[in-house]
Each structure stands twice: as structure tokens, then as C-alpha cells.
Design a protein around this ligand. Structure first.
Ligand code: PLP
Length: 400
């Protein structure tokens, strides 16, 4: 009898975490490495939020909380959905988890039966298909194109849906492409879903606040209220408030799924960290000026990176609407020989040789489900971004 579960043979470790680890190892050996793999803002959590956490500790808010979260936070979440997204949810229709990751995982755990399919537009966040597999379901990638700025079309969605489809996982702005859907693009997607009443929608709005150039963020139920009874709207404080380490994510949706997720969480981690929950109450209810300040910084970095990458021979980089990633194509470099003598046949070869020759760590496209591309996170200083883009330009020029 095998000791480890068969499920493990179907999933892969996170490629983004692996790149960060590799970059750390090379740095420890004394190499000059710039890591562009990080999926988190490089800013510190705002002081008012830290202060709320310290006050919670001093008040003795250090005990177990209700599984779905403290009522104060769930009410703040319901108020956030009303204020920012014009969505009406009672606070009892919300749930708090240990990061957005747990929310997604438990939603899938609560709903997957063997054979159930989950449509995931590619390129996708690396964890979606692996979570579906861990929960016993089957991920179905729906491809996008660079020409369409990595946005799912109605036709591609229609083609991916079968009678076995249980969910569409939708992520705007997207990790890894930064693509965000405007109202019309979103309506094209929700119109397809309206024609398939057996398909539920899991919308991951984690990067909601990181959109640039007056882009107006919309969430699917705002555009098509007819989907409200079969949509779980997920969000969190990690990216918007630079709180990745606090581990708080949340969702709102129909009572049936919220109760099922609560049940799973009750036998799993119970309520999320009490102190982080109180900090998140302040994040959602407190001053929001931090978000605007950071947006302006990210926008400047995005513009710098897109412009410099498009000057690298063989690279094409569309301008994304949001998040803090770009997902350039390296199709123009494939088939060339790197300065190390290696022929670049895949996007993995590209990032491996780039790291070897120029000390720039980025993540190749394959684990994101669409290539040949690579992902750069621009959540780092302008100086480092400029230097790394210069190195990428030099590397591409040296490929013959
Ligand atoms: C698209 C997307 N969804 C969800 C998450 C998970 O966020 P959290 O840190 O709250 O678990 C991430 C984190 O990288 C992400 O990129």
C-alpha cells in the first residue's frame, strides 16, 4: 500500500515559489540576482492597520473566533461590497478565511465531485488547476491570445463549457497577465454564463484596487445581477493593503455555499487569526488613501517595464490594465542561441538562460498555461526594474 495519497501524483509545487527559492539560493552563493518573481507588494502594511492589530492584542482579542470570522469583520466586508461594488449581501452571506487561497480551496472542496470540470481561462494563476485537482475535479483551460490582450472571448468560453462544467474561475485583473475586463468585455462573458444555468462563477477580485489609467474595475455580478445566485465573489486584503503575511481573504455568495465552506473550515483551520481579523476591520473601514498612493507608484513602474521590454529584440509586451505583473511573449527569441551556447526552445529555456547569464529571475509561462511567455512582477523598486529590463534587453540582443 502506498503511503502518500494518489492525489499528490497529480499536482505540482508552485512554480512561482520555486523561482523565488532559486533566486535566494543564487544570492546566497554571492551572485548578483534581481528577483522579479514576487507576488506581493513591496510596501509595508499601513500604520493604522498595524496599530489596530496591536490594540487587538492589548484588548485580549487572542482567542478562537467564530469559524466564518468575527461579526465586525463580516459586517465590514458586507459594507465594502455595497460601497465599492454595489453588491447587496447580508453579513451572514460572507465568510473570512486564512487568505484568499483558503477561500478558493474550500469553495472547490465544498463543490467538487469526481468528473466535475472547472473552466479556467489561460494564462491562469498557477494554483487554480492544482486546487481543482486536489479537490478531485478536472481543470479545463480556455485559451486566450496576446492579440486579445489575454482576455477570454465569449466563443472560447462557450467552447470550453460542457454538461460537466461546475465552475468558471474568473480573475480580473489577472495574475499573471494583468488583464482586466471592462464592462463590455465582462458582459460578453456573463451573457455566455446566462445561457448555461448549471455553471457557477467563482470570481477572484484580489487585484481589484490595482488598476491604472482611469480603468474602472467591475465585478461580474455588478454587470449581470442575474448571476448572483450562482456566484461566489472572492477578495482579500493581501494585495490592496500590502497584507500578504496577515493571511486574510474573504468571499460573499449564496448561503448554501457559505454554510458548506464554514463546515469544511470548522474541521480544518477554524476561524482565521483573531489579530489579523481585527487588523482587516481597520483595513476595510479605515482611511483608503494608501491605495491611491500605491496605485500611482505601480502605474509608473508598469509603464517603465512595458516600454523597456518592448525595446528588447524578440519580446512583445501588451500594456495590462491592472495587477503588478506583465506577461510578455518570447516567441521572437525561440529558436535562437543564447550567449551560453544553448538553443532556446521553450520559455523555460529562456528564463533559465536569462538567470544564468544576466541574473534576472522571472517565471516561465508553462505553469501559467499559455506560452511561450514569461511573467515579471513589477512589485519592486524602479532602479531594480530599470536595471533588470536593461539586462533583458542585453540578453535578447546577444541571442543569435
Ligand atoms: C489571483 C490570485 N488570487 C488569490 C491569491 C491568494 O491570495 P492570498 O494571499 O490572500 O491567499 C493570489 C496570490 O498570489 C493571487 O495572485
Amino acid at each position: 500500500m502506498a503511503f502518500l495519497a494518489d492525489t499528490l501524483s497529480r499536482v505540482k509545487p508552485s512554480a512561482t515559489i520555486a523561482v523565488a527559492q532559486k533566486a535566494r539560493e543564487l544570492k546566497a552563493q554571492g551572485r548578483d540576482v534581481i528577483s522579479l518573481g514576487a507576488g506581493e507588494p513591496d510596501f509595508d502594511t499601513p500604520d493604522n492597520i498595524k496599530k489596530a492589530a496591536i490594540e487587538a492584542i492589548n484588548r485580549g482579542e487572542t482567542k478562537y473566533t467564530p469559524v466564518s470570522g468575527i461579526p465586525e469583520l463580516r459586517k465590514a466586508i458586507a459594507a465594502k461590497f455595497k460601497r465599492e461594488n454595489d453588491l447587496d449581501y447580508d453579513w451572514t452571506q460572507t465568510i473570512v478565511g486564512t487568505g484568499g487561497k483558503q477561500i478558493l480551496f474550500n469553495a472547490l472542496m465544498a463543490t467538487m465531485n469526481p468528473g466535475d470540470e472547472v473552466v479556467i481561462p489561460a494564462p491562469f494563476w498557477v494554483s487554480y488547476p492544482e486546487m481543482v485537482l486536489l479537490c478531485g475535479g478536472t481543470p479545463v483551460a480556455a485559451p486566450t491570445t496576446l492579440e486579445n490582450h489575454f482576455k477570454l472571448t465569449a466563443d472560447a468560453l462557450e467552447a470550453a463549457i460542457t454538461p460537466k462544467t461546475k465552475w468558471l474561475i474568473f480573475n480580473s485583473p489577472s495574475n499573471p497577465s494583468g488583464a482586466a475586463y471592462d464592462r463590455n468585455e465582462m458582459k460578453a462573458i456573463t451573457d455566455v454564463l446566462m445561457r448555461h444555468p448549471h455553471v457557477w462563477l467563482l470570481t477572484d477580485d484580489m487585484y481589484e484596487h490595482l488598476v491604472y489609467d482611469d480603468f474602472e474595475f467591475v465585478t461580474p455580478v455588478q454587470v449581470e445581477p442575474g448571476l448572483k445566485d450562482r456566484t461566489l465573489t472572492m477578495n482579500g486584503v493581501s494585495k490592496a493593503y500590502a497584507m500578504t503575511g496577515w493571511r486574510i481573504g474573504y468571499a460573499a455568495g449564496p448561503m448554501e455555499i457559505i454554510k458548506a465552506m464554514d463546515m469544511i473550515q470548522s474541521q480544518q483551520t477554524s476561524g482565521a487569526c483573531s489579530i489579523a481579523q481585527w487588523a482587516s476591520v481597520e483595513a476595510l473601514n479605515g482611511p483608503q488613501d494608501f491605495i491611491q498612493k500605491n496605485k500611482a507608484i505601480f502605474q509608473g513602474r508598469r509603464d517603465l517595464v512595458v516600454s523597456m521590454l518592448n525595446q528588447a529584440q524578440g519580446i512583445k509586451c501588451p500594456t495590462p490594465e491592472g495587477a503588478f505583473y506583465v506577461y510578455p511573449s518570447v516567441a521572437g527569441v525561440i529558436g535562437k542561441t543564447a550567449p551560453t551556447g544553448k538553443v532556446i526552445e521553450t520559455d523555460q529555456d529562456f528564463v533559465t538562460e536569462l538567470l544564468e547569464k544576466e541574473g534576472v529571475a522571472a517565471v516561465h509561462g508553462e505553469p501559467f498555461g499559455l506560452g511561450p511567455n514569461f511573467r515579471i512582477s513589477y512589485a519592486t523598486s524602479e532602479e531594480l526594474l530599470e536595471e533588470s529590463c536593461r539586462r533583458i534587453q542585453r540578453f535578447c540582443a546577444d541571442c543569435r
